[in-house]
Structure formats: structure tokens, C-alpha cells
Design a protein around this ligand. Structure first.
Ligand code: AMP
Length: 471
């Protein structure tokens, strides 16, 4: 199953459930389809999860229900029609190692094989989420302690995972040996926070300590404090460059670098690679903001607000049907005629995936009076699907897979089109370019992917009426 997600965990913090709620608020951009929080008060686990946005799901009554000083939470968006309540994370279960809840960001590339083995051995699956294999494997492990069982399990799963795991009096955090997705550790009073991005630490006033390292399994409990273990599988890191291009929030530190600064550098390099004579530089808000500022600074062409954004709608790209998506494009952004009228405009956006949103934006900018539209994209053409946790459509739907740059320019209706080069993108991240995965741009997948796109475990679903209350 292809998913985009955000995870959050709080250990030994007053009102851990409420902190999770705030953390998920800050991570809402990583998934808007469903959200869940599981808390633990040393005896019972409390669960509140539902479809929808964090702000719609939780109210003071539900937050008071989440007792205990340890909790984990998850926001999720999935693509493969598996929007059912059984799939909302965190997943939780009674296991041979006690009650465990788990929240996962990423895609396990060998989950289907593991699922088939587990099912043949009699496992009973409750969801079609790849992360459920982890719960089964931990429970079935002959190791006595939960940490040893988790180490054994993680040595046998492949692909991308940034995990937070909650159990009796402990919190675990783990990142796959490639470190595809981000995961950071923070401190709040005597407690600890683990979450996808530092913007969630900022919101709750926690201090950023460090990234969870690729391959690290961190066990936090009251007796030993923090204990760090390393996955027995060793490999070179492959941080996802698309986190910097689009996915993460600009106010976060991701893989140790400011997302805003990296995006600004993308824009500067883009200005050097594709200069043009123009009157103003504008961004497609918000995804193009930081790169447009960089382009304007480097080119010395004034930055202007050419479009205004309605903040009360979700990400248009991820609405389920094309018709709704098309409408969403209009609801979200409106050009400012007085800024654009008669101008030669450089328009900066972060990426072109299918090309349909982009085409509508260019049309709207022209309709508002722009004389020339020079489209600049602060990443290379998206040419291959991601199998490690970013929702990119199948290759056939990626415009760059079937059209040349000039055909794309014609399709979107721009006067000129320039994409940042792969080298330009990778040189913009100050830690070494070779530490990044750019498979969606260059097709070099760091892990062999079997059963491409087949992460969902069943073709026929068990359909359950999604009640609004009671879970
Ligand atoms: P399109 O022109 O239809 O290819 O849409 C491109 C827009 O979608 C860009 O402005 C991106 O900011 C946004 N986008 C790119 N990747 C994703 C993603 N994985 N999820 C949601 N939106 C995305």
C-alpha cells in the first residue's frame, strides 16, 4: 500500500495524549485522510482514531479519554482505496510481549512475502496495512524481551520505516537502515518526544536533540533511560530528497538541514541554470515559496505575490477523484490580477507530477493578464514511482515518463520551462549528495522492489461500515 504518513510519540510527559494531538496538528501536511492516537497509563491502552483531519476528529472529551503519560500518534494518507477504519494507525494488539501499539511511516517492500508466510502459519490479520506484519513478527518471536523481538523483526523487514512503538512503560523508535524517512528525538522536561519533523517539537516547546540514526532502534523506559541499538543489517543511507523538494514543512530540520534553506538553494541554482528576462518572480503557494525567494534573490528580479491561497482547503493533489481534484485546484489558489497584468512572469513551483494542476495554474496566471509565463521547477522531472512512502502515481501517469520537456512545456502552456538538474538538486543539500535517494527522478532504487505496487494484502476487502464513534 502506498502511503504518506507522519508519526509522533511522547514518553513520560504529562498529558501525553494531548501532546500527540498537537504534534499531529503540526504533522497534518504528511497525511490528511485519517489520524489516530493510542495512550497508555501503565495498565490500560486508550485509543481514539477516525477518518478525517486531526482538528475534526478530536475534541476535549476524546482528548481527556487518552489517559497516561505515554502516547503515540499517526496521520495518514493512502492511495490504494484502502480507506477503511481497520487501516487507521496506530495499529495495536495484545501480543506475547504485552500490549503493543505501532505507528509507521514508509513502505515495507517485502511485506507481501512476509504476509504470505505469516498467513500460512495461521496468523489472523486485522488490517491490510503492511505495518501489521511487524506486530505479528514481534509477537511470534521466540526472544523473551520486546526489544530483542523487535531487533529480530527489523532485521527481517525491508524497505522504508520510521516507527514509533508504545508498550507497557516504554516507547521505542526505529528507522530503517537506509533512513528513507525522517525521525527525530526531542526532550520535553523529564520526558522524550520522537516525531517525523522538528516542526512538531517546536509547537509543543520541546528541544530538538538529534535525528534517530538510520538503522537505530531506540528503547526508552524509566529504568534505563535511552538505550540505543543498531540494526544488524548495515547499508549506506538513502535519505529521501523529495522530503526536501516537497513533502516536509519549510520550518522543519530534515536530515539535519533546514528545509527552507535547502529549497532556497534549489531556487538559486535554478536561476543560474535557467535564467530569463522577466519583470517579476512569483511562487505557486505554498510549495514553491522558498525556491521562488531563492530564484528572485539570485536573478535580482523582484519577488511578488502573484497568487493568494485559501488556507481552508486540504492538499488538492490528494483528493480521490479527478473531478474533485480539478475543482480543488480552483478553490485553493486565485491569481492577483493587479500584480500580473501585462507582466513577464517567472513562476516557480516545486514539482510536476501528472501535469494537470500545473496546467490549470498556468492558464489562470495567463487569464489574469500575464504577458509571458516562464515556468521554473525546483526539482528534476518526476520520472519513476516511489516505493518508499511518497505517493507518486504509476509511471504511466507521470507526465515526464511519456513527454519530452518541450512537450510538457506545450502541455502546460508555458512560454519557457526549466527544471532543476539532478546534480543541481543533490548539490544543494549540504550533506553528501550520495547519501540521498533520488529514485523518483533517476530510477536508481536503493532497494530491489519485488511485487511493485503490491503492498495491499488482499484484493477482496472485508468491508466494514465506518461508524463515526466508538473507536
Ligand atoms: P501536477 O501539476 O498535477 O503534477 O501537480 C503538481 C503539484 O502537486 C505540485 O505543485 C506539487 O507541489 C504537488 N505534489 C507533488 N507531489 C505530491 C505528493 N506526493 N502529494 C501531494 N502533492 C504533491
Amino acid at each position: 500500500m502506498r502511503e504518506e504518513c507522519g508519526v509522533f510519540g511522547a514518553f513520560n510527559c504529562d498529558d501525553a495524549g494531548k501532546l500527540c494531538y498537537l504534534g499531529l496538528y503540526a504533522l497534518q501536511h504528511r497525511g490528511q485522510e485519517s489520524a489516530g492516537i493510542v495512550s497508555f497509563d501503565g495498565k490500560n491502552m486508550y485509543v481514539v482514531k477516525d477518518m478525517g483531519l486531526v482538528s475534526d476528529i478530536y475534541n476535549s472529551e476524546k482528548l481527556s479519554y487518552l489517559k497516561g503519560n505515554t502516547a503515540i500518534g499517526h496521520v495518514r494518507y493512502s492511495t490504494t482505496g484502502s480507506s477503511n477504519i481497520n487501516n487507521i494507525q496506530p495499529l495495536y494488539s495484545r501480543t506475547s510481549k504485552g500490549k503493543i501499539a505501532i505507528a509507521h511511516n514508509g513502505n515495507l517492500t517485502n511485506a507481501y512475502d512476509l504476509y504470505k508466510t505469516l498467513i500460512s502459519e495461521g496468523a489472523l490479520f486485522q488490517s491490510t496495512v503492511d505495518s501489521e506484519v511487524i506486530l505479528h513478527m514481534v509477537s511470534r518471536s521466540r526472544k523473551l524481551s520486546v526489544i530483542d523481538a523487535m531487533k529480530e523483526t527489523l532485521a527481517n523487514i525491508q524497505g522504508a520505516y520510521s516507527l514509533v512503538v508504545l508498550g507497557k512503560e516504554y516507547l521505542m523508535a526505529a528507522r530503517d537502515p537506509h533512513g528513507f524517512r525522517p525521525l527525530v528525538l526531542g526532550k520535553l522536561g523529564d520526558g522524550f518526544i520522537v516525531c517525523s519533523e522538528t516542526c512538531a517539537l517546536d509547537l509543543i516547546g520541546a528541544e530538538y536533540i538529534r535525528d534517530i540514526e538510520p538503522g537505530e532502534i531506540l528503547f526508552i523506559d524509566k529504568t534505563a533511560g535511552l538505550k540505543s541499538y543498531q540494526n544488524t543489517v548495515k547499508t549506506k543511507p538513502s535519505f529521501c530528497v523529495f522530503e526536501h523538494v516537497y513533502f516536509s514543512r519549510p520550518d522543519s530540520l530534515v536530515f539535519g538541514e533546514s528545509v527552507h534553506n535547502v529549497r532556497k538553494e534549489f531556487g538559486k541554482r535554478l536561476a543560474r541554470e535557467y535564467p530569463v528576462d522577466a519583470d517579476i518572480v512569483m511562487s505557486i503557494p505554498d510549495s514553491g515559496n522558498s525556491a521562488a525567494l531563492g530564484y528572485a534573490e539570485e536573478s535580482e528580479i523582484p519577488f511578488e505575490f502573484g497568487m493568494t491561497r485559501n488556507h481552508y482547503v486540504g492538499r488538492t493533489f490528494i483528493q480521490p477523484s479527478q473531478q474533485i481534484r480539478d475543482l480543488g485546484v480552483k478553490i485553493k489558489l486565485n491569481p492577483i490580477k493587479s500584480v500580473l497584468d501585462g507582466k513577464r512572469v517567472v513562476v516557480v513551483d516545486d514539482s510536476i507530477v501528472r501535469g494537470t494542476t500545473c496546467k490549470r495554474r498556468v492558464q489562470a496566471i495567463r487569464k489574469a493578464g500575464a504577458r509571458e509565463v516562464h515556468l521554473r521547477i525546483s526539482s528534476p522531472p518526476v520520472n519513476y514511482p516511489c516505493h518508499f512512502g511518497i505517493d507518486t502515481p504509476k509511471r504511466e501517469q507521470l507526465i515526464a515518463a511519456s513527454k519530452s520537456i518541450d512537450e510538457i512545456r506545450e502541455f502546460v502552456g508555458a512560454d519557457t520551462l526549466g527544471y532543476l538538474s539532478i546534480d543541481g538538486m543533490l548539490e544543494s543539500v549540504s550533506c553528501k549528495a550520495s547519501l540521498y535517494c533520488a529514485a523518483c527522478f533517476n530510477g536508481k532504487y536503493p532497494v530491489k522492489v519485488k511485487n511493485k505496487g503490491k503492498y495491499s494484502f488482499e484484493s477482496r476487502k472485508i468491508k466494514l461500515y465506518a461508524q463515526k464513534n466508538g473507536h
